[in-house]
Ligand binder design. Sequence first.
Ligand code: GLC
Length: 612
Amino acid sequence: MDKIMRLKALFQDVYKESVLLDTTFEELLVSINSFKKERKMDLLLLDQEQSDWYFKSNIVAMTLYIELFSENINNLINKLPYFKDLGITLIHLMPLLKTRKGDNDGGYAVEDYRSINEHLGSIEDFTYMLNIYRENGIYICIDYVINHVAKEHEWAKKALEKNKEYQDMFIMYDNDEIPNRFNQTVPEVLPDKYPGNFTYYSEINKYVFTSFSEFQWDLNFKNPKVFLGMAENLLYLANLGVNMIRLDAIPFMWKELDTSCRNLPMIHKLIEMLNLIKNIVCPSVALLGEAIVEPHEIVKYFGTSHNPECEIMYNANLMVDIFNSFATRDTRLIAIDTNLHHIPNTGSWMNYVRCHDDIGWGFNEEAIENMGFSSYHHKQYLIEFYGNNFPNTFSSGEYYQINQANHDARTNGTLASLLGLEKAILENDKFKQETAIKRINLAHGLILFYRGFPILYSGDEIATLNNQEYKKDPIKANDGRWVHRPFFDWDRAKKRNVYGTKEYFVFQTLKKMIQIRKNNAFFDGRNLQFSLDVQNQAVFCLLRRYEDELIFGLFNFSEHPQIINLDTLRQNVSSFQYEDIINGRKIDINEHQIELSPYEYLWAFPKNKECE
Ligand code: GLC
């Protein structure tokens, strides 16, 4: 079906009850046309050439806060050599649009979607930077906070001035009857900090839906004007020249009474509409969805190959499974989940181990129960293990948002601290330090091997530890996520070139793997993968197919040597002589078994097949 026809059908479906249906759709078409006309020549060329760039094996991403990394946008240009050194080709810039003053949830409370936070620079600085990065082969992704706006945003300000038209852009009630009903079924996002889902404003005598905090007002996507305005903002940002747009917190975008208000079916229609609109105006821009929800809900946001929604999704499931495997020395969950979810050929995973947020322990509960564990107790175990409250844990993570009623909690911490480096340094134990570095490298080795593209969290490449400095800043002090959001330490970064340092071993290992990945067609995101049972729970085995060749990865999540059986591999692979492309170890598949050292991992390629 023609894109406009499909868009119209969806729009009519979603907004059938609104009196604004027809006029708003007309306005939307006018906007689409004008953004299309305004799109610059160089971007139109990109649109023609590359709508599937995110599948390429050379895509290796990094997330960072401009403020913490380079202070401002202009100075980010000077950091190009650092990205080139490591091999980064896509940068996700954390929110940079104009936020409210004071606490703004790390940028996720936007006051104006068409200007940039003054201390970071101007729109002109930003587009200049985008050009330089494009010339240097680096793609840029920015955040688009679509579920809510700051209460200082123009729409909210007018709503606070009692303007009915603008009040309709939010979800607000005259008394607490309906809010109380919502609260019975809607879980709290931040139970510790912002209990409940509503905030009462005496100046308008209304209760406003505020999922995340008092100052972030949820938008009312049942109002077509809201959809129109937010679609226009998205196109505005796309036309600045960014390559990817991260749609923040999409599972929250639609509310219905007596439901959990998460992942409701209408959201899929909204996202499909956004995808159609961006495909009409700027097809080379990819949509990245942030939905940190149950695994079977995450995959739905890819849509289908005929009706795509987000091209890219955070692989939150893999992230949790990786931490789970380190804690349990049991990789069965990764193996099960890898073979479980099929994604359409328009979609790609973004694989990560850490990001700017806390870790919510959402795993495949059914699989855990089938293994004979209680999913509740298993989750409690992970919370305690990574919250540094379990005998012999290596982790120095921290609890986040503890729910006193059911003992639920999430976890904060940098990759290095979560995986044992901080403790090992405190104990001055060299062996444990080496072990922690092996864990970090293994985690990176897996996300670089897995189908999709990897994204690193800035600082993890130099083994940054938890940092308590944020407690001195009153704006940050009450949000524990800042423990893993420190200023980038450029002095430590220098040590990446000093042999023998921790920074060296983490950075240089990553750099080597990135180079290998980039030069290898095996890693194209379209190539299929599946996991294989090698009769050892501690070792995850992943096969990737490229044309009629197969490569495999082995990942030992245990601190002990592990023997694996090669029989099943022998039945699946296309060649008998393999070689680990990272360290050169030879693997003869005709042997009965091989041994992996503690936390050893291999990227095994058929001999002489590397670097196609
Ligand atoms: C997303 C962001 C998180 C933010 C929330 C509200 O989950 O990653 O940092 O607090 O949305 O915008």
